[in-house]
Ligand binder design. Structure first.
Ligand SMILES: [Zn+2]
Length: 601
């Protein structure tokens, strides 16, 4: 490696809000466009890398950059497709996202390598996950200043590197400086006050209306969520509650009514637990009013989410019941009801073969045990998506429901679903729910994707207190843990029970039992599908953190593998998977009889 020259320019912007981020993107787009137009070698391209945590605002920056170069219409995040390409005024632009790239060398094999050598503008997110990339001309790091919060200001560091032989930024750099860097204290003051005004919610460009792109509604007993996807950072809205009849009103300012929003009316179903009807109208020339007539009193949470993964900006309305339901009470109520319909006989404990047919099986546990079944993802978070359009969230819920049926038929066992519908449940809420029904085991069910379509087989994961057992396991945990960002967690909302305390408690004993449970389950799954790894892998999965409940995460198969996607869609395979998981749980209890509840407390 030759000695790297110092960058031509390096600058760190503190307190970067959305407006300033867009301003930096626009100035950088002008610089890149001018440099491309005057390059001496027509086969040269410009590479811009963007690093920073999930949700830090990399994709938002790229959107502003591409819009400044004349790209109109929807700019999708390439986190699922790896690359999205654009063209304007004869300029090619490729937007890469290597976040989901498990194998750092994978990009060299596909067509990505060819794309990356084109004389285009390359915007590369997560470059650290692609080994051997040519050094970037412009490097950008975006991160939170201190607290990780969707609205918190960021710190943005930019380095512009001199490559005078092919790409020469120097002649155009002064314009970039003039646009962004203060000559005196005065300009900075101006930018700060502009930022403040935007935070207060006064739109800087009143002539352009906010565009509503899509509306989704996720009705569920826990809460009903309405998501309004739109194109405007810092969308201004107001809410109010009205009585007689009970209504919840949302006003969106600086916006015009369109078909995307009108569709909301059609999407409200009669079985929504909270919404009776909805009305949408242009209340004032630039204010849209949405009125929800309610079936019962609600506790609303309204919040904005920045663009992430496949989504642009989202305004989220969560309608919770005014009085919170206790998961244990409602679980017991349904359980008792189901028992009344089909009384099960409690037989004496007997050590039987776990793979014996269910009809002749006897109880393997001598007290009532509760198994929490956690169908991954849901609602706004589809999880992985197969080539044929199969959603992980649907497959895993179907498997979880089948598994619940089987477990409920086992003497002395009952199953509890952390979600029984298509809606988003935050990861810590899943853990909390399992604890509140005093679950004896926790089984999270997934069906994941890998960059390479040939990856196949089932795997089982447990929590790790130290590091991950492999880089693939760490990647998987990072990916699963990002569910909250995609699903849409309201970070400002403080939960009544503090989930964070969970993190401080020791999980050493839990992990030991989880590994035993995982091994028992792996043995059974090995009978119906190839195993991706023969032993239980470990990493820091947020959903496996209940300190007192042995917890595993099962990747039932790879939805990204066309053959396995077909199997996952097949009801017979879903049943086989449920049978294998039940047998694995029985096998675990045979070797590790549950302690009496009094001993556990
Ligand atoms: Zn998953």
């Amino acid at each position: 490696m030759s000695q790297k020259p110092p960058p031509l320019l390096q600058h760190e912007f503190a307190a970067v809000d959305e407006a300033l981020s867009a301003q930096i993107a626009r100035a950088t787009a002008t610089l890149v466009q001018a440099t491309m137009a005057h390059r001496t070698d027509p086969s040269a391209g410009i590479r811009i890398t963007l690093e920073g945590g999930l949700g830090a605002g990399k994709t938002t920056w790229v959107r502003s950059f591409l819009q400044a170069l004349g790209i109109t219409g929807r700019i999708k995040s390439p986190s699922f497709s790896v690359v999205e390409s654009y063209e304007a005024d004869g300029l090619q632009m490729h937007h890469f996202d290597f976040y989901r790239q498990a194998d750092p060398a994978a990009w060299q094999g596909g067509g990505l390598r060819d794309l990356l050598s084109e004389p285009a503008i390359h915007l590369i997110e997560w470059p650290q996950r692609a080994r051997g990339l040519t050094p970037a001309h412009i490097q950008i790091h975006i991160n939170w200043a201190d607290n990780i919060d969707a609205q918190a200001p960021r710190c943005l560091r930019i380095s512009i590197n001199d490559c005078a032989d092919t790409i020469n930024f120097r002649p155009h750099l002064q314009a970039w400086r003039d646009a962004l860097l203060p000559k005196s204290g005065e300009r900075r003051q101006l930018m700060l006050s502009l930022g403040v005004v935007l935070l207060l919610g006064v739109r800087s460009a009143p002539s352009s209306a906010a565009k509503m792109l899509a509306v989704r509604i996720w009705p569920a007993k826990d809460y009903t969520r309405i998501t309004i996807e739109h194109d405007t950072e810092g969308l201004v809205y107001k809410t109010q509650r009205l009585e007689n009849p009970l209504r919840f009103v949302l006003d969106i300012e600086g916006a015009l009514l369109n078909d995307a929003l009108r569709e909301l009316i059609a999407r409200v179903t009669t079985n929504d637990p909270y919404i009776k009807t909805v009305r949408v109208g242009q209340y004032q020339p630039r204010v849209i009013r949405i009125v929800f007539e309610l079936k019962q009193d609600i506790q609303p949470q309204v919040f904005s989410l920045p663009a992430i993964a496949q989504y642009q900006n989202r305004l989220v309305l969560d309608l919770y019941p005014a009085t919170e339901q206790d998961p244990l009470m409602s679980f017991l109520a349904t359980y008792e009801k189901e028992r009344a319909i089909s009384p099960s006989v409690t037989r004496a404990p007997d050590m039987t073969d776990p793979s014996a047919p269910r009809e002749i099986r006897q109880a393997v546990v001598n007290r009532l045990v509760t198994i929490a079944l956690d169908a991954g993802h849901g609602g706004e978070d589809p999880g992985a998506i197969g080539k044929r359009g199969t959603y992980e969230k649907d497959i895993v819920l179907s498997i979880a429901r089948r598994l619940k049926k089987l477990i409920d038929q086992e003497p002395n066992m009952r199953a509890y679903l952390t979600r029984d519908g298509d809606y988003f449940v935050p990861l810590h809420t899943r853990v909390q729910k399992a604890r509140r029904v005093q679950a004896d085991l926790f089984v999270s069910i997934h069906a994941d994707a890998w960059v390479s379509p040939t990856a196949r087989g089932s795997s089982v994961y447990a929590l790790s207190e130290k590091g991950a057992s492999s880089s693939a396991a760490r990647w998987m945990a990072n990916k699963e843990n990002s569910a909250d960002l995609i699903g849409g967690l309201n970070i400002r909302h403080k939960d009544r029970t503090v989930a964070e305390t969970l993190l401080d408690m020791s999980t050493t004993a839990q992990i030991k039992d989880s590994l035993k449970l995982g091994q028992s389950v792996l043995k059974e799954i090995g009978g119906i599908n190839a195993l991706h790894k023969a032993k239980v892998e470990q990493a820091g999965f947020a959903v496996l953190r209940a300190p007192e409940i042995p917890s595993i995460l099962v990747e039932t198969a790879f939805i990204s593998n066309p053959d396995e996607e077909l199997r996952l869609k097949d009801e017979a395979y879903q049943d086989q998977m449920a049978v294998a998981l039940t047998a694995g749980i029985r096998r675990y209890f045979l070797a590790n009889p549950p302690l009496s509840k009094s001993k556990m407390m």
